[in-house]
Design a protein around this ligand. Structure first.
Ligand code: 3PG
Length: 203
């Protein structure tokens, strides 16, 4: 499975209340975005991954903000279907390769991308996308590194998602704009579904 090809947009989700996990994931799937990245930034994250994996047919739930080998192990145990990291250290990439799940290791430069390509990894997260150079930077990488594809994340919004998705070396984009904290807090999952449907149509 290529994480980059699951959907044009991967919602990056911060879940504070585990009770929101299942209705939130159902809304994203109903809106047409089946790949969901739950960030390991909250106490609720691992339980949220477990519940979505068990209770939401059609969802492919992954763990984001994976920083350590221990995060890899905990995510796999919770039932994550893929892993995403903001950057890549040697021990992290070793653990990700060993665990057998598909993963998008994070990079922000040509050198980092080349180092991972040497290890056979050519599907990467580009983070923080806007701050690290955005569309012009990725466009510049496509010439010398045509075999490497990216999921840019960090600063992607409805206004710039399509520009990223038009690049030949971008498989999908990720972002938090689909799941605004106030919508989750108020249980406004209809709004989440609407945002997902709009994003799903962006390519
Ligand atoms: C992240 O991992 O935080 C993502 O890059 C999300 O960034 P965003 O909030 O700018 O979408």
């Amino acid at each position: 499975m290529s994480v980059l090809d699951l959907a044009p947009v991967v919602p990056v989700v911060v879940i504070d209340d585990v009770e929101t996990a299942v209705p939130l994931a159902r809304a994203l799937v109903a809106g047409g975005l089946p790949a969901i990245e739950v960030t390991l930034r909250t106490e609720a994250a691992l339980e949220a991954i477990a519940r979505i994996a068990a209770e939401v047919p059609g969802a492919v739930v992954g763990a984001g903000t994976v920083r350590t080998p221990a995060d890899v192990e905990a995510s796999a145990r919770a039932g994550a279907g893929f892993l995403v990291s903001p950057g890549t250290t040697p021990s992290l990439v070793d653990a990700m390769l060993a665990c057998g799940l598909p993963f998008l290791p994070g990079v922000a430069t040509a050198t980092e991308a080349m180092a991972l390509a040497e290890r056979g990894l050519t599907e990467l997260k580009f983070f923080p996308a806007e701050a690290a150079g955005g569309v012009p930077y990725l466009k510049a990488l496509a010439g010398p590194l045509p075999d490497i594809r990216f999921c840019p994340t960090g600063g992607i919004r409805p206004g710039n998602a399509a520009s990223y998705l038009s690049l030949p070396n971008v498989g999908c984009v990720g972002g938090t704009w689909l799941t605004p904290a106030d919508a989750l807090a108020s249980g406004d999952f209809a709004r989440v579904e609407k945002l997902a449907a709009e994003a799903a149509a962006s390519r």
